[in-house]
Design a binder for this molecule. Structure first.
Ligand code: B3K
Ligand code: ZN
Length: 899
């Protein structure tokens, strides 16, 4: 397999102006005709004069035109109407090369044949449960027709689709429908025209028996946009929330970024077989059904929130991704980091900002930090890849979003908006790089961003240490920072990064201290705004060591550091436990209140893990119980915040902090603390359940979600006591629940304790919901994730459950992905979990390399465990590597993991 490098980027030699596609959809094959007007780069204005000025002939020698194409049969190829002879082109399994094409504009016509029915990779054109659909990002268009499959080729498309009318009454593509009609033999056709230039990864086609929920949106300039969400007819009632989310997103983008939708029609199609969440094809978004379909009875609050966020995300791509796209795939974060940032902000504005921030930071810590510390660590803008699909990662997406957030932290809302406006003004209709985004932010604000660009090129999570000191005589308070960026594969030595640290100071009563003057490098940095002191200031930590001195500080303050998590770093400070308890109780920055609790919990868990490893008996610090009690009983706090704040850090997060990860010890400690809390706070948890019940119909809004979240967290705590009376309560909750959020939470709580009750309720749930595959996936995931010892056998059996299907990514993610998320069972000492995954990856790879490669990633951090586990995991990776016909996707992850 070939590695591709950013430094090797070359501009294309040929551009495409218009692309006319014609699809004849059939049951055993599909014919694709493409007609492209091609012009050599040297036809551009500059080169035209250049050529005239020098010697026309000399600069007109033609260069080969290399087209990508995989798994397609070439039928014919014409240039300017003339069929090419065999000697004029070269065809291999990946490319079609025209050896000497014309030196000025020409028309290229290519006829091909493809086989969507047997395409299990779900990339290119494929059939999903009777319907045709496409997925082209990143490099799937080459499975449809021969093309320069790269994002800097932007062209205007038309698309004619012909198909059987009764099997495929609905035929969709990008842009506007300009023609349709009947054909002989029960067939019909449509023609779509997309007036916007686009890269081929945004092309889409859908054909099938679908019905739509229709609505309209009137834009800020008064245009009416038709909105349609397509699904099989029986699912249309479940699209109300998706439609609500779409309209909310359209309005939000106008209000917050001044971005209006640019066509008269916006389509969303939900399909059950889809590798990822969704795809932002121009005006024809295609979604995994999981992220469209919801009803109170079948979807949880988490599902509702995910739908809101992802519908928003794909819609926001219309400007950040489609109108302005990426020059090459290394720039992926240009559109993804920015669009994740936008969807995070959208969800914050629609719900609770603090809770959303907590959820996003937890996600970063649980998934991105481990990636950044492992063999797949890569910068937000990777330097190389073997298979681009492997780089749709938490680093490119979530860390990328943190990078965008730092611009906003440094520039403020209005400065950030100015930067965004300039970015669109400069680059609408272009395919650009991360530098262009950076330059827009800088130029719009005349900002000094010093070495900020390192965030795009250096991998690894910076480790920052802070020490503080107070000088009562001088009334100054000093914060000293030092930073270290760990070595990552291919990057042994790092430069210091530009880290914005938002800081506030609290006095001994917990009140915010005004900050007016900060000295840095002996220079006064006035931070007051319009003569008014501020309560939070953003320190710019740029060098390896920095000191900031606050003046006019009349008592030793408690610092609230990295407010709102102002940079994606690991922070260590000299704050004591009692300082952290103080912040937990008093910080006006709610995010940092949660953070203080997490810092305390992480420390507590690590010290109990050490005790356990030394065979000491475990004792829970009563101060911790009191801290949790006071949050639980503080009725002034937001309920979802409380639910988050009383939840311990995940097992993965704790293992990540250990020299040698010990899944059994971490699991035992987390269970121990949870159970102790349940014992000590049983009465409080019970009243939390009772006080947060509601007999009213399900409503999706923050207040109700928060109430349900708190109640469900309390139920989960109570379940750990495994007490018959409480089990009765859980079963009662399960039986009387009127929505999936509460029903599933009760089921999950019951499922914690092995026994007859668990078996009965799981069976009951399946019987209730066997007709709804999305709910059945929850049932798979719940069992897969279980920490019941020896659960691998149960998961193995579920593989042959009639509802399971290895070809459906959602089912794989629920059952196999779910299993890998259970630290005790996946990392079982006897290697049974590793063997299970090793076998299944090889089976999956034959069907769907993208899904297989996601699954194999669970092995990537094998070196973090003890020697016994290391040997067992390594053996599985080696087994995978030695398999015949391994996909590039799996090869890349497995080989980098072993390197
Ligand atoms: N852009 C798509 C992801 C495509 C993944 C290709 N393997 C969805 C999104 O991020 O919006
Ligand atoms: Zn995206």
């Amino acid at each position: 397999p070939k590695e591709i490098f950013l430094k090797d980027y070359k501009m294309p030699d040929y551009y495409f102006d218009t692309v006319d596609l014609k699809f004849l959809l059939g049951e055993d094959k599909t014919l694709v005709y493409s007609k492209i007007s091609v012009y050599p780069r040297t036809e551009g204005k500059f080169f035209f004069f250049f050529k005239i000025f020098f010697n026309f002939k000399f600069y007109s020698a033609s260069v080969p035109l290399v087209l990508d194409g995989v798994d397609i049969k070439l039928l014919s190829i014409k240039v300017d109407g003339k069929e090419l002879k065999k000697e004029d082109y070269h065809l291999d399994s990946r490319h079609l090369t025209l050896t000497s094409p014309p030196t000025s504009t020409f028309v290229l016509e290519i006829d091909t044949e493809i086989y969507p029915q047997s395409n299990t990779s779900l990339e290119g054109l494929y059939k999903s449960t009777d319907n045709f659909c496409t997925q082209c990002e990143a490099e799937g268009f080459r499975k449809i027709t021969f093309y320069q499959d790269r994002p800097d080729i932007m062209a205007r498309y038309t698309c004619r689709i012909e198909a059987d009318k009764s099997l495929y009454p609905v035929l969709l593509s990008n842009g506007n429908l300009i023609e349709q009609g009947g054909l002989e033999g029960g067939r019909h056709y449509v023609v779509w025209e997309d007036p916007f230039k686009k890269p081929c990864y945004l092309f889409a086609l859908v054909a099938g028996q679908l019905e739509s929920r229709d609505d309209t949106f009137v834009t800020q300039s008064g245009r009416t946009v038709f909105l349609r969400i397509w699904t099989p007819s029986h699912d249309v009632p479940k699209t109300a929330h998706a439609m609500y989310s779409l309209k909310a997103a359209m309005k939000w983008d106008e209000e917050v970024f001044g971005r209006e939708y640019d066509l008269d029609l916006f389509n969303i199609v939900a399909v059950p077989d889809f590798n990822m969440g969704a795809m932002e094809n121009k005006s024809l978004n295609i979604f995994n059904s999981k992220l469209v379909l919801a009803s109170p009875e079948t979807a949880t609050d988490a599902d509702y929130a995910a739908i809101l966020g992802v519908i928003g995300h794909e819609y926001f791509h219309n400007w950040t991704g489609n109108r302005v796209t990426c020059r090459d795939w290394f720039q992926l974060s240009l559109k993804e980091g920015l669009t994740v940032f936008r969807d995070q902000e959208f969800s914050s504005d629609m719900g609770s900002r603090t809770v959303k921030r907590i959820a996003d930071v937890s996600r970063l810590r649980s998934y991105q930090f481990p990636q950044d510390a492992g063999p797949m660590a890569h910068p937000v803008r990777p330097h190389s890849y073997i298979k681009m699909d492997n780089f749709y990662t938490v680093t490119v997406y979530e860390k990328g979003a943190e990078v965008v957030r730092m611009y906003k932290t440094l520039l403020g809302s209005s400065g950030f908006r100015k930067g965004m406006d300039l970015y669109f003004e400069r680059h609408d209709g272009q395919a650009v790089t991360c530098e262009e985004f950076f330059a827009s932010m800088r130029d719009a604000n005349d900002a000094d961003f010093s070495n900020f660009l390192l965030w795009y090129s250096q991998a690894g999570t910076p480790q920052v240490r802070v020490s503080s000191s107070y000088n009562p005589d001088a009334r100054t308070y000093s914060l000293k920072f030092s930073q270290e960026v760990p070595a990552t594969p291919g990057q042994p030595v790092k430069e210091p990064m530009f880290i914005p640290v938002a800081v506030g100071l609290l006095d001994s009563n917990g009140m915010a201290l005004p900050i007016s003057n900060v000295y840095h490098d002996g220079l006064l940095q006035s931070v007051s705004s319009n003569g008014q002191p501020v309560f939070t200031t953003v320190l710019r930590v740029i060098k390896k060591e920095e000191e900031f001195i606050f003046s006019d500080i009349f008592e030793r303050p408690i610092p609230s550091l990295l407010r709102g998590y102002s940079a994606p770093i690991r922070l260590d400070s000299d704050l004591t436990d009692s300082d952290q308890f103080f912040l937990l109780a008093n910080d006006s920055d709610e995010f940092n209140r949660w953070e203080a609790g997490q810092i305390l919990a992480r420390k507590l868990m690590l010290s109990l893990v050490a005790d356990l490893q030394q065979n000491k008996s475990l004792v829970l610090n009563p101060k911790f119980v009191d801290g949790i009690r006071s949050i639980l009983c503080d009725s002034s706090l937001d309920k979802e915040f409380v639910s988050r704040a009383i939840t311990l850090p995940g097992e993965g997060e704790i293992m990540d902090l250990m020299e040698v990860a010990d899944p059994d010890a971490v699991h035992a400690v987390r269970s121990f603390i949870t159970k102790q809390l349940a014992l000590h706070l049983k009465a409080e948890f019970l009243s939390t359940v009772i006080n947060n019940k509601s007999s009213e119909a399900y409503v999706f809004n923050h207040e109700n979600m928060a109430r349900r979240a708190l109640k469900n967290t309390a139920l989960a705590y109570l379940a750990t006591l495994n007490d018959p009376e409480l089990t009765n309560l859980l079963v009662h909750e399960y039986n009387t629940a009127t929505n999936m959020t509460e029903q599933f939470a009760a089921l999950a709580a019951i499922a914690k304790n092995p026994g007859q009750v668990r078996d009965d309720v799981l069976a009951d749930f399946y019987n209730k919901w066997s007709h709804d595959f999305l709910v059945v996936n929850k049932w798979f995931a719940l069992q897969a994730l279980s920490d019941i010892p020896g659960n691998v056998d149960n998961v193995q059996n579920l593989l042959s459950h009639p509802a399971f299907d290895l070809r459906n990514p959602n089912k794989v993610y629920s059952l196999i992905g779910g299993f890998c998320g259970s630290p005790v069972n996946f990392h079982a000492k006897d290697g049974s979990g590793y063997k299970f995954l090793g076998d299944i990856v090889l089976q999956l790879d034959k069907l769907n390399p993208q899904v297989a490669s996601r699954m194999v990633s669970a092995f990537s951090r094998w070196r973090r465990y003890d020697e016994g586990r290391q040997a067992l995991a390594k053996a599985q990776l080696e087994k995978i590597m030695s398999a015949n016909g391994l996909s590039e996707n799996v090869y890349e992850i497995a080989s980098k993991s072993l390197a």
